[in-house]
Design a protein around this ligand. Structure first.
Ligand SMILES: Cc1ncc(COP(=O)(O)O)c(C=O)c1O
Length: 416
């Protein structure tokens, strides 16, 4: 047998290091019969009869069109179907123009890589998604600066320091982009969007502060007919660009950036994640149209209402758990979000305890979250019944009690 190559040895060593620090990643499958408290399928569209029927109707309507996209959007991958879809989604979401991307990751990384001009500044919430980091890494921005998560005062301090310390920013000649999400996927909390908008307006009288909002987790969940948080708050005109992804509550793939026609044209010319990739195939586009058709016909209203009822119930039930060293609720002050984190030093053990009882939840460990912030993440869906929520919370309570008892026994033995 030949000895492992130097490359094999390096990769094996890197994987071993990950195992040693408990950050090894692997693909897993949900045990059959699990109750989903994990996926981003917030409206439970993925397996719904209504979405399947809408998709099949859309496929029959376009039965004779070519299935493949044929290339990049700039070459043979464009179609009347894609352009109409963009216009319809942008109209529904109250954006001036829209540009489809193959994924939210592509959209964010493509946008942040090309829109900030040389020397510009990107200020971002410290918990912003990896796709924005990817874009910033590739961008020509002179500086990228974090601000403390969801902290409007901290944002203002960073922006004021920029204005005070940089003549070009002060004169409105250097642009400052502020990148936030609406609903953060790990902490499950909503951004104080109105405060962020007010701060940017207050600091940048010259109009060179631009807000970019990622609605990945809020699409379908908030706003009339699931239009998202920016629409719910009436902030469409205050946001420079908005990202809506289709892979979460809409149960599809892909994403759209809502922006001005000029920004759209710029992205078509400079966003490498749009230019150098095959565009979405017809079945993928048809699925997106099928999902949006449900939204704009009001057919997801019931699911959205059920989701919010489940959210309320989950938060109520969880709030009855007593916080201990083994279990602290991350976002207990916000009770209207479908993502809740249970902070625990033993996320894998808690997740396994719940998974073994067919409650599908995931442990989230370093480096996805900082050390000391390890957790089990719970996502609730419109299809989760109140009884399922009760069962999940009861099992968490059981596990915490067992851990407390075990810790008390250990303490007692140590004191003997
Ligand atoms: C906040 C946020 N933005 C962007 C993305 C990327 O979207 P997509 O899954 O469509 O690539 C995700 C996905 O996890 C996300 O959570």
């Amino acid at each position: 047998m030949s000895s492992p190559s130097s490359l094999d040895r390096s990769m094996s060593a890197a994987l071993l290091r990950r195992q040693q620090i408990s950050s090894f990643r692997s693909l897993t499958l949900a045990p059959q019969g699990s109750i989903d408290f994990s996926s981003n399928d917030f409206l439970s569209l993925s397996a719904s009869a209504s979405f399947r029927a809408s998709f099949q109707r859309e496929l029959s309507r376009i039965a004779h069109a070519p299935l493949g996209s044929g290339g990049s959007r700039l070459l043979d991958g464009n179609s009347v179907y894609a352009e109409d879809l963009e216009v319809d989604i942008a109209g529904f979401l109250q954006g001036k123009a829209g540009l489809l991307f193959n994924s939210g990751f592509d959209a964010n990384s493509g946008f942040f890589a090309c829109v900030p001009q040389p020397g510009d500044v990107v200020v971002y919430d410290e918990l912003i998604h990896a796709s924005v980091h990817e874009g910033m890494r590739l961008s020509r921005a002179g500086r990228t600066l974090p601000f403390a998560h969801n902290d409007v005062g901290a944002l203002e301090a960073v922006l004021r320091e920029l204005v005070d310390g940089d003549q070009l920013v002060r004169d409105g000649k250097r642009n400052v982009f502020v990148a936030v999400e609406t609903l953060y996927s790990m902490d499950g909390d909503l951004a104080p969007l109105q405060g962020i908008v007010d701060t940017i307006e207050r600091v940048f009288g010259g109009g060179n502060g631009y807000l970019i909002v990622d609605e990945a987790h809020s699409t379908g969940v908030y706003g009339d007919m699931g239009r998202g948080l920016v629409c719910e708050l009436g902030l469409e005109e205050k946001v420079f660009a908005r990202l809506h992804t289709f892979g979460k509550a809409l149960a599809c793939n892909g994403a759209i950036i809502l922006c001005s026609p000029l920004v759209r044209q710029y992205l078509i010319n400079y966003a490498r994640t749009l230019i150098f990739t095959t565009s979405l195939s017809l079945p993928a586009l048809a699925a997106v149209r099928a999902a949006f058709t449900l939204l704009w016909n009001g057919d997801t209203r019931d699911a959205q209402d059920r989701l919010h009822s489940s959210i309320k119930h989950l938060h109520n039930q969880l709030s009855r758990l007593t916080s201990t060293a083994n279990c602290v609720l991350q976002n207990s002050d916000q009770n209207n979000t479908p993502i809740v984190s249970v902070l625990t030093p033993k996320p894998r053990l808690l997740a396994k305890y719940l998974q073994d009882r067919l409650y599908l939840v995931r442990p989230i460990v370093y480096p996805t979250v900082p050390r000391g912030k390890e957790r089990v993440r719970i996502c609730v869906h419109s299809a989760n019944t109140h009884e399922e929520v009760d069962g999940l919370v009861a099992r968490i309570g059981e596990w915490v009690e067992q851990e407390e008892k075990a810790a008390a026994v250990t303490d007692m033995k140590a004191n003997l």
